[in-house]
Design a protein around this ligand. Structure first.
Ligand code: ACO
Length: 311
């Protein structure tokens, strides 16, 4: 790649032009997008598992309908994102293989268990809330297919966040026991939600280049702080307390400063040693194996259609 090619490409980015799949692009740009979009797609697919765990046990028909719709949306987001990655020349089979073998990364957040119904509320409120904070800027990502996919994804994420917050509101206004359930779930999900934004800026290996290419518009720490600042008043409204004694309003930045994140825990989860990593991969592998007959039948049917004699 010549200096001139890289400069011409950067000039397009700086003019805020969208890059489309067949446009010339540096190999590093393509690789970064395949990596990020692939990881994002896997996160959506694995993200169906912690909540799927509660579909059969939702406390009412209304809650069950909303949860089913949300989990289905996540499956849809995964498919959307795999398609966006495929425009960059990687195949869906290859990405799936990397997920199932444990080679590909997916978001740390989905490696935590959901022991109570309140966890479903906390996931919608915090995890989807964090996802929105991270994904709204991706609607302006320089790569066209990813940016366009994010618009619809963010609309759906906003419904997910609201259904979660409403569950928390119901619990927080319920009996003492229900309120305690909500607080316990907040305690479980708060720190893992902050870790979703990725390592601190000093340790984020990809950020500088991704910001230059306008794949990312804000740094990991910037988004994390914005999320905290948006979420603290929501916790106050619920009458719940955020499990961080060092959380403090910063008059200068107009953002909340937070306590130290347990990066050792983050690293353990990302490298496959979180509480649920093995279960998640086992569940995905089982779903893939159990679905083999559907793939075979679809291929056989496609073959029959292709061989059919015109009448
Ligand atoms: N969980 C697992 N891995 C992570 C996480 C996380 N929460 N955060 C960062 N990492 C990984 C990165 O993928 C990268 O790994 P790699 O270089 O081996 O591929 C490494 O840690 C270093 O991090 P960064 O340099 O900061 O990586 P990046 O610039 O890609 O930023 C981020 C990470 C913010 C997650 C970015 O990839 C992103 O915005 N992705 C799209 C959103 C997304 O995937 N969301 C998933 C959860 S939301 C949902 O599904 C509902």
């Amino acid at each position: 790649e010549t200096e001139e090619f890289l400069e011409t490409f950067q000039a397009r980015i700086d003019r805020e032009e969208k890059i489309e799949p067949n446009d010339p692009m540096p190999e590093g740009y393509r690789r970064t997008l395949v990596r990020q979009i692939g990881q994002h797609a896997h996160s959506e697919i694995v993200g169906m598992l912690p909540e799927g765990n509660w579909i059969t046990r939702a406390p009412s028909l209304r809650r069950k309908i909303a949860l089913l719709a949300k989990v289905q949306d996540e499956g849809g987001h995964g498919l959307y994102l795999y398609s966006a990655a495929e425009t960059l020349g990687v195949s869906r089979e290859q990405m799936t293989e990397e997920l199932l073998s444990g080679k590909a990364k997916y978001s740390s957040i989905f490696n935590y268990p959901t022991p109570t119904w309140a966890d479903i509320g906390a996931i919608g409120w915090l995890v989807d809330g964090a996802a929105i904070m991270n994904q709204i800027p991706l609607c302006r990502c320089s790569f066209g297919p990813y940016a366009r996919a994010m618009i619809r994804v963010c609309k759906e994420e906003s419904f997910h966040q609201r259904q979660g917050y409403e569950i928390m509101m119901t619990l927080a206004r319920g009996s003492d026991e229900q309120k305690q359930m909500a607080q316990d779930a907040l305690n479980r999900w708060w720190w893992p939600s902050l870790m979703m934004f990725g390592p601190s800026d000093t340790d984020s290996t990809n950020s500088d280049q991704s910001m230059k290419w306008k794949i990312k518009r804000f740094s990991n720490d910037e988004l994390r702080q914005k999320f905290i600042t948006a979420t603290v008043p929501q916790a106050e409204y619920l009458g719940l307390s955020i499990p961080d004694p060092d959380l403090k309003w910063n008059e200068e930045t107009k953002l909340y400063d937070h306590g130290e994140i347990d990066w050792a825990e983050f690293k353990a989860v990302v490298s496959g040693n979180g509480q649920m990593n093995r279960d998640r991969l086992r569940a995905r592998n089982k779903a893939w194996d159990d679905g083999a007959w559907v793939r075979e039948a679809a291929l056989a049917h496609a073959g029959k259609c292709a061989n059919r004699q015109p009448t």
